[in-house]
Design a protein around this ligand. Sequence first.
Ligand code: SF4
Ligand code: SF4
Length: 290
Amino acid sequence: MSKLSMKKDGFAQAAIDELGWWRAHKFLFLRRASQLSVFILFAIGPLFSLWLLKGNLSSSELLGIVPLSDPLATLQVILTGHMPEFTLILGALIIAIFYALVGGRVFCSWVCPVNMVTDSASWLRRKLNLPRTSEMPRSLRYYLLAVVLLLPILTGLTVWEWVNPVPVLYRAALFSAGSGLWLLVAIFLLDLFISERAWCGHLCPTGALFALLGKLSPVKVSAVNAKACDNCMDCFVVCPERQVLKPALKGKQAMITNSDCTQCGRCIDVCAQRVFQYKNRIALKAENTQ
Ligand code: SF4
Ligand code: SF4
């Protein structure tokens, strides 16, 4: 049995003992608060006629002024050959610039509601001590992204948006559109029984596009104290994209530059040795030259 699979029971106990329960779960709670806050901002409009954020994750309006649009949904509309409204393009640009600055997959771990479904499957997987399954190639999501962008050119329709689980979950929760819930159950079961982190870590085209957007983001998680690593493997157990960790822990560069990192901060939470921190490139460079 690998060290990784043996860890699945009592992982993070060292961090809880060393840092306390709250600090060992801090970013997990902050992320859940962020995901729920975004949802509540959308929900209070239809419920209480308080339109702080009107629409859904595909297209919305902040305070009745600022347009916000999903870059992938907007790209699909453009590729159908129909020029979208200017506000849709402006909204997509605002979102693209925001995530290019803070980190593309910050969307995945701090905003996207599907993340709660896939994190739950991963948690249950650890609790049930289910065996690791053969992994799909992580590059599959980029091929799927290409297919999603090809479909509107071939069909003239934004086909992916009919089944994209990200807006489907919002529609289901906000408008009781229960028909889309089967998709989320399917993702949960896929992640639980077929392949670990299958959806968000291998398949989702939205996550793939956000990863591309965040490639040059100045904010990254860094293994600033890699020398203190005692190979306990807790970060590998909890990381949804564990392939990004090894270069930072074992390589010459502390910063996790692989844009598949969702910047979820769980590696920071569970590390008793305080190896990881959020850092910006400029501060890290300045520290390294001192
Ligand atoms: S990978 Fe896709 S479904 Fe998963 S959190 Fe990111 S956008 Fe949401
Ligand atoms: S490296 Fe850390 S921040 Fe990045 S995905 Fe893994 S656990 Fe999350």
